[in-house]
Design a protein around this ligand. Structure first.
Ligand SMILES: Nc1ncnc2c1ncn2[C@@H]1O[C@H](COP(=O)(O)OP(=O)(O)OP(=O)(O)O)[C@@H](O)[C@H]1O
Length: 411
């Protein structure tokens, strides 16, 4: 089997930290077995690389690999996505459809954000883990599959178990082999290495000389807490690469790009001391009101559609057919992962038809731009942490995922 250095090269992993090396080593050791693995660590630490390492070094290497972001799939359709459905199982189920556990038979499924799974889906997942059995939605036929499950989460699952949000038995089943990825602030030695790598990548991408840091700037970079971890470091390196003309970046320039730590939106704290803050807070309150208005409007729409569906009125205007095809945001295949399946979906539930209709209505009320702006603001404030941004916005993480996709917001 390849040594640590070769694995790092193959998967473009930068870092020499002991915790990182240990995580890679466990992934390599556990790969040839069929054990379930749970990868934990804060958002942006680089969890997604590990299931790929495990799949690559397993005997399943030439079988399908699917990465499913459990937080990004609406609750109403997740069972159908994972386990498939029978024709007529719900309105819109126009034909039979295989779920990911069926199409990945023989391969590996990576369940990212596994803590977001609803309890009913957790029960189905436990069954497939323990017996290899699953049942398509709307069917009574038990089917078999042979899939290795690797899960990841940035949630405190033991706490979720205590709160009744995550099944304890499933937690122990998934956590057979735990892999913990340390946050960047505990890997200070890796910070300058990662910066240099990203600076070189962006120099190539934007065809300009790479930015470099002065000694003082490096110290500042290392002292920063990096709440958004590697994702945040990458974003900031990109911003500086594009914006700064001077390619040698000193500490005072760098400081401008590092968000003040422990800052909270004025709208949430009621901190209105300076006139600048007061302006910002008024604007944010306005956005919040617009956002709430839109939410109310959508609730109202759901209600109306619900009533219409109940009464089965033939005069109901249906959304145009083009809006009936939704694709989920799956990872792009890596260069060394040509066999990775990119999943698509073309059948939607009534719930999603309503969501798609929302998009049409949003346009006509011109709230879209404001909503997008507010989402970006919330993400910036929370250093790309989607969960915290969703909390600030007063929406579920799932809705935020949908919005990010809808507005093409990259974080
Ligand atoms: N060791 C590393 N070397 C180089 N790039 C890395 C490393 N770790 C992470 N990255 C990059 O950092 C970004 C964030 O990584 P990733 O999406 O895997 O984080 P995550 O822990 O899965 O976050 P989340 O829990 O929010 O999904 C990606 O662009 C990834 O390529």
């Amino acid at each position: 089997m390849e040594d640590l250095q070769a694995i790092k090269q193959r998967f473009e992993i930068i870092g020499t930290n002991e915790g990182l090396n240990r995580a890679i080593d466990i992934a390599r050791q556990v790969a040839p077995t069929d054990l379930s693995v749970l990868i934990t660590g804060e958002s942006g630490v680089g969890k997604e690389i590990f299931p790929r390492i495990i799949h690559f070094f397993s005997s399943r290497k030439h079988s399908p690999y699917i990465a499913v972001n459990c937080g990004a799939i609406p609750e109403g359709t997740i069972d159908s996505e994972l386990f498939g459905h029978e024709k007529g199982a719900f309105t819109g189920a126009l034909s039979d459809r295989k779920g990911y556990f069926e199409v990945t038979d023989g391969g590996t499924i990576f369940l990212d954000e596994v803590g977001e799974l609803p309890l009913s889906t957790q029960a189905r997942l436990l069954r497939v883990l323990e017996t290899g059995e699953f049942i398509r939605v709307g069917s009574s036929k038990v089917q078999k599959t042979n899939v290795r499950v690797i899960a990841a989460t940035n949630l405190d699952i033991p706490q979720a178990v205590k709160n009744g949000k995550f099944r304890e038995d499933l937690y122990y089943r998934l956590n057979t082999i735990p892999i913990y990825i340390p946050p960047l602030r505990e890997r200070k030695e890796d910070i300058p290495l990662l910066f240099r790598k990203f600076a070189a990548d962006f120099a190539e991408k934007y065809r300009m000389p790479a930015i470099r840091l002065t000694e003082e700037a490096i110290q500042l970079l290392e002292a920063y807490r990096w709440p958004g971890n590697i994702r945040q470091l990458k974003n900031i390196t990109e911003q500086i690469s594009i914006i700064e003309q001077e390619r040698t970046v000193d500490a005072s320039t760098l400081k401008k790009y590092l968000p003040a730590e422990n800052t909270v939106l004025p709208v949430l704290t009621g901190n209105h001391d300076s006139s600048e803050n007061s302006f910002a807070s008024e604007r944010e309150i306005l956005y919040k009101i617009l956002f709430d208005m839109k939410k109310d409007m959508n609730d109202l729409k759901q209600l109306v559609y619900g009533m219409i569906e109940k009464e089965d009125l033939s005069t109901v205007p249906t959304p145009p057919p083009t809006s009936l095809v939704i694709h989920h945001p799956y990872e792009q295949p890596q260069t060394d992962f040509s066999n990775k399946t990119v999943a698509k979906r073309s059948v939607i539930s009534p719930e999603e038809q309503i969501q798609d209709t929302e998009a049409l209505v949003e346009e006509s009320f011109s709230i879209e731009e404001k909503e997008k702006e507010l989402i970006i603001k919330a993400l910036e404030k929370n250093h790309g942490k989607r969960k915290m941004a969703a909390n600030d916005l007063g929406i579920s993480e799932r809705t935020l995922y949908r919005k990010l996709k809808e507005y093409n917001i990259e974080i």
